[in-house]
Ligand binder design. Structure first.
Ligand SMILES: [Zn+2]
Ligand SMILES: [Zn+2]
Ligand SMILES: [Zn+2]
Ligand SMILES: [Zn+2]
Length: 201
């Protein structure tokens, strides 16, 4: 060991974190819309999210439900038809509840390992969103859709997520409000589908 390294260790400087890099789960996290605890980064539809709070608020996973517990008639209909209740802002896929439009559409699509997609146009589309006429497939990030309506709705929700990630630099509460169609208590701004909805004095 060289003197310089020894000095660094004695001074308590962090050693290179090879062990941590070994435990990185980013590759799997991209496929399952998860958080990598090692890199402290989450992925939703392939979008990199460096705020754990924003990642958790997006709530990228389905929740088991008991259909009998739902009193809202639109929700009941949505549970039966894998639909989305606009009133409650909740979607259902295979008897699981999703708390935002984006996560609902992710559940309706098929998440892909982008590197393994054979078609170059689809691979390129996966960098953002786009429809490939040859394959009849729309990519929204790393999620593939065969239905054009699903693809278009998912694309809009994806744009809201991109805008929220951009907004992190300015205000975390605004970023969270954007993805949840909520309101930022600090800036006193409400959002609907990523757009400012109303302001209060
Ligand atoms: Zn990682
Ligand atoms: Zn409802
Ligand atoms: Zn294609
Ligand atoms: Zn704000």
């Amino acid at each position: 060991m060289c003197i310089a390294t020894l000095m660094l260790m004695l001074l308590g400087c962090p050693e290179p974190n090879w062990d941590e890099v070994d435990g990185c789960t980013c590759a799997e996290a991209k496929l399952k819309h998860q958080w990598c605890a090692v890199c402290k980064v989450g992925f939703v539809a392939g979008v990199r999210i460096e705020s754990q709070r924003l990642y958790e608020e997006i709530d990228a996973h389905g929740h088991d439900i008991d259909p009998k517990q739902f009193e809202c008639p639109t929700c009941r209909q949505a549970i039966a038809s894998d639909g989305f209740c606009e009133k409650c802002r909740m979607g259902f896929v295979h008897q699981k509840a999703y708390m935002s439009r984006l996560t609902y559409y992710i559940a309706r699509g098929e998440t892909k390992d982008v590197a393994s997609i054979a078609c170059p146009a689809c691979r390129k589309n996966a960098q953002y969103h786009g429809w490939c006429e040859a394959c009849g497939v729309g990519m929204v990030g790393n999620v593939a859709f065969k239905s054009k309506a699903d693809f278009e709705a998912a694309s809009r929700a994806y744009d809201v997520l991109i805008e929220a990630v951009r907004t992190l630099k300015r205000c975390l509460d605004c970023a969270v409000a954007m993805v949840l169609d909520g309101r930022c208590p600090t800036c006193k701004v409400a959002y609907r589908e990523g757009l400012k909805f109303q302001t209060r004095p």
